[in-house]
Write a protein that binds this ligand. Sequence first.
Ligand code: ZN
Length: 188
Amino acid sequence: MDIVPCEVCDSPINRGKRCRQCAAIHDALSADSRSDVTAITAAMRNSLRDGLFWCYYTGLPLVLDDSGSPYYRSIDHRTPGDRRDLVLCCLFVNEMKGDLDEAEFRSAIRALAACFETGQPLNLGEVRFQYRKRNWLGNRRSCGPTLKGISGPIVQEFVRSGMTDDELGGLLEEAKLAMRAEHRDGAG
Ligand SMILES: [Zn+2]
């Protein structure tokens, strides 16, 4: 019987490609991520040291048997959508990374840390959330039209008319009553 090394951990096996433990983890990661099988093997190999799998981002040992743990093993696509560029990392970091690529994620975390430390508004710089369905500016300069932007033309019209506040109030009240009357007539 041929003895070959497990393609992940190199321990001797006499059939298949992976030892029982590596096969179980490989199968689970495969099912979770629908990623390239060879890339998962490579990610596992890169993550393995001293008999443990380690998180690519945090350097912490990954939990293999408790899916409720924040340190549970998961597959991260370093670039969202690229099924061949994979690393193993802990679940909570993977969840935070979301659909950012690695460079964006690191930038976003640094910016967030600065925001927490200084109390200044978040400055995401070049993070553009390019893998989200819509493109977003890293720096949110506006939250859509401002109140001033919306009311500006009305205010200008009011100023131009030379009307006093009371006159305007009266005008609006008249308009309201007229509208109500119209509704009543329409309904009747
Ligand atoms: Zn193995």
